[in-house]
Design a protein around this ligand. Structure first.
Ligand SMILES: [Zn+2]
Length: 143
């Protein structure tokens, strides 16, 4: 499952998120490890900071997990704060923003925006096929 938004930032926080990669990674890390850290590989719950900003490294098996792993922002080819802006507007925006408009606002290629928007749409569709319980928890995310 691709996580998108697991908690609700306020307006000031949003403006920071839309302008800073570091803030985005911090936000994702907080959302991801909201209920505590567990190593995906060995289940250990102790970690130390990893090499990339806001990543975590298992103290036992040394497996490192980035803040974006398992989210739609993983392997994103452009700055994560721009991806964040698109994701936020697609998920929560009151009006539909065209990929041309995203491209203009973010100084990205229209195709880049289109590809990422498609990825978000797919993630949202994936959520549609989930069970009621799962969907309920995800609706909390997107509200
Ligand atoms: Zn581990």
């Amino acid at each position: 499952m691709s996580r998108i938004f697991t908690n609700e930032p306020d307006q000031i926080e949003l403006e920071e998120l839309f302008s800073s990669d570091d803030k985005c990674l911090e936000f994702l890390a907080e959302a991801k490890w909201n209920n505590g850290y567990t190593c995906k590989k060995c289940g250990n719950t102790n970690y130390c900071p990893g090499k990339t900003p806001h990543s975590r490294r298992c103290t036992k098996c040394k497996t490192e997990e980035s803040a974006t792993a398992g989210t739609i922002f993983h392997n994103c080819k452009f700055p994560v704060h721009k991806a964040f802006y698109i994701a936020w507007n697609v998920c929560k925006g009151k009006e539909e923003v065209s990929t041309y408009e995203f491209a203009r606002r973010l100084s990205l290629r229209q195709m880049t925006c289109w590809n990422f928007k498609t990825k978000i749409r797919q993630a949202l569709q994936e959520m549609d096929s989930l069970s009621d319980n799962e969907r309920e928890s995800i609706q909390k995310i997107l509200r």
